[in-house]
Design a binder for this molecule. Structure first.
Ligand code: FES
Length: 188
């Protein structure tokens, strides 16, 4: 695959978490999954498969690289900039490699009142994570060892068991800051 023209337009996508993710490479399985998704839309509307394809890429490689954007664009007969517009619009679509374990902490009302900000602070303290450079477009902060990354999320639909978080795809409920060390230990 040719070097992405987007590489020159954005900051490095490499992070301390890069070591924990496979390099972008399209396998037969990914190709089949993509074709299945594209086939769910009329031929002249296949651009509608852009989000499903981006989710496939993110779940396989941890984030959406410029090479992945080029691949999605080619699959859907779109200009790469059109795919990049989607990626940069949704903060949930990651533009940089997260850690091996990506922790998403709910910060909506019930969880905020239940201590999710304290939980975030404690996890960052224990994992040595500096969140000072995070922003709307770069919401993820990563530990220097690349093992953990953190991000605030909006309501994860379990307000009655606040505070809650996701570690990769595992859901954790009733998680006050006092249990942060236990949580990290489980994923070391
Ligand atoms: S407010 Fe956190 S799950 Fe709803």
């Amino acid at each position: 695959m040719p070097q992405s023209i987007l590489n020159d337009q954005v900051a490095s996508h490499q992070t301390d978490g890069t070591q924990h993710h496979s390099p972008f490479e399209i396998t037969e399985k990914i190709e089949q999954e993509a074709e299945l998704r594209i086939g769910q839309y009329p031929e002249d509307q296949k651009r509608s498969a852009v989000l499903p394809l981006l989710h496939i890429v993110q779940s396989e490689f941890g984030f959406i690289s410029p090479e992945a954007i080029e691949w999605v664009a080619t699959k859907l007969d779109l200009e790469p900039i059109k795919v990049e517009e989607v990626v940069t619009f949704y903060p949930g679509l990651r533009q940089h490699a997260p850690g091996k374990y990506h922790i998403r902490i709910c910060r909506t009302l019930s969880c905020a009142m239940g201590g999710s900000y304290e939980l975030m602070d404690k996890i960052c303290e224990l994992a040595g994570i500096d969140r000072s450079q995070t922003s709307h477009h770069n919401p993820i902060a990563i530990s220097p060892c690349g093992t953990w990354s953190v991000e605030f999320a909006e309501c994860l639909a379990s307000c009655g068991t606040a505070p809650v978080c996701l570690v990769n795809n595992d859901f954790h409920e009733d998680l006050p800051a006092a249990k942060a060390a236990e949580l990290l230990k489980d994923y070391k």
